[in-house]
Design a protein around this ligand. Sequence first.
Ligand code: DGL
Length: 263
Amino acid sequence: MIGVFDSGIGGLTVLKELVERLPGYRFIYFGDTARTPYGTKSPETIIRYAIEDTEFLLRHGARIVVVACHSASSVATEALKARFPEVPIFEVVTPSVRKALAVTRRKVIGVIGTRATIESGIYERLLRARDPEVRVYGRACPLLVPLVEEGWLKKPETRMIVKKCLLPLKMRGVDTLVLGCTHYPVLKRVIQAKAGRRVTLVDPAEELAEEVRAYVESHEALPLEKDGEPLIFVSDLTPAFERVARIFLGRQVKLLKAEDAPS
Ligand code: DGL
């Protein structure tokens, strides 16, 4: 199976893109709803959680691991690759960096994400390593996560907060904006409206899914199961999580408790 993990339910935006591109394959998803959010935690804690999330997926049949969570991708990728050298691990930052560099017109790139993602400085490091002329401006927008989870996608309050979040980036004249958090693709319309139509948005869920699709299709020998509904496990289950899952996946899904997973 293709394994995907996130700090919670937001990573279903990535699962949705993956299922669209690889409809014949079987997926297992783990959302760490008991310990979410990761974006406010220290790198040490996020690394520990990311290792445990990966172990869960591997224990239950994943052959490839996709890190959907930006906070985990930003701070835990090296640790995961060192800990699981035999497992193909995909993360969300590298494909977004590639896309941002491909589309920027004036080499002024903005990145929004959680505190953990922005404070890690990963986007700035990777973007400037590939093109030293690029200017990168990061902005943590932690308020957007609860707004999305409440389903406040079109409320005036949400528009106002998005506008405030983006203001410093607009003042810097960014021409490209990376949506560096699992939750932001759901707010794409509002973000585009407030960023201005001349700003190109990079949706990391799409870029990551495309990278995984290319890898899977060029590695036919991989022992990946085919068919079947995605298995979506969470470390804590409430009716609210099922409601939120619908926002991200665009359809009703059944969430399963991780402790009930067959071992
Ligand atoms: N999944 C997280 C991310 O993409 C957002 C929610 C959280 O802070 O855990 O960074």
